[in-house]
Ligand binder design. Sequence first.
Ligand code: PMP
Length: 360
Amino acid sequence: MNRPPLSWIRSEILSMKGYSVLESPDGTIKLDAMENPFGLPEDVRSKLAREVSALSFNRYPDPHARELKEAVSKVIAIPPGRLFLGNGSDEVLLNVFLATSGTIVVPEPTFSMYRIIAGSIGRTFRGTDLLPDFSLDLDGVDRMLRDEPPGVLVLASPNNPTGLSLSMESIGAAHRIATKWGFTTLVDEAYFPFHGETVLQSLPEAETLLVLRTFSKMGLAGLRLGVLIASQTVIEMLDKIRLPYNMDALTQKAAAFLLRESLPLLNAQVQEIVDLREKMTREMAAISGVTPFPSRSNFILFRVEGPSPATVFRTLLAKGILVRDVSGHHPLLSGTLRVTVGTGGENRTFLAALKEGMKS
Ligand code: PMP
């Protein structure tokens, strides 16, 4: 039988738009991906090289990533039995979505991978709009959950690409609504290091609360280490479907070493990024036609008036600066772009180019 080409691929996948990562030629000032711009100093790098050179690459890694889990447990002060590690928090999300049933409900605009991962495994996904000030529309969430088979409500705080956090009261209220309709709440705290507030203090150990963290934003994006904090029972369920050896030997050894040895350094870099963010927000607000949103993360969403976001994006790129034009992602984001906080020098270059670009 002759089948049309690609008819063996699921139709949702054929029509799906994948996650796009922008090309960045060498020398580009990369302010598009919420990375820590500082990197590690030479002495830490050489110690790290010695650590990983002793690994047995012919052997499978520890399937339970015990050493790394122990290190993560110390950093976030949660027992290892309540942690699930993934190859980035993206992989953790995939495992949560694979293990759960019902509809995945997400207030939007938000991180596009929730929709992409849900779609890739055939899960029903519903977006519900945030209010124009990017806070939660609790009535909207209530109406949506009432009408859907109970699944997972995902809340990102601080949110991407808005950079804003949700208030603890509104997260608590959303969690109560979710519980009322039989939904589990997953709070994605990817940007926690730059915000400092966590639901772990206000909603400790609830069975229906999952908290997602990542070490990407504070400086380990290249190692791919995401963490879910949940009850021990939930972790046991997720462990059943986790692919064996999902954490490779390099990540296990390098991340455990860096969390043990270099946490003060990473925390100092985070604090510097927070200071630079505040300075950058003030300086952006002083540019005519630019309105930055007050960020609780390591990036800033800003609205431009005059030139279009596409024009601003192109002008910046022509000067070797890569940001993200998010204006087409959702109606509430019209006129906006997102810029990651870089080093002091990178930010100055960006600000000068933006000022220039706003005149065009
Ligand atoms: N959650 C949010 C809100 C994000 O913005 C991102 C990265 N852009 C992630 C999760 C995924 O991060 P990682 O896979 O690097 O842990």
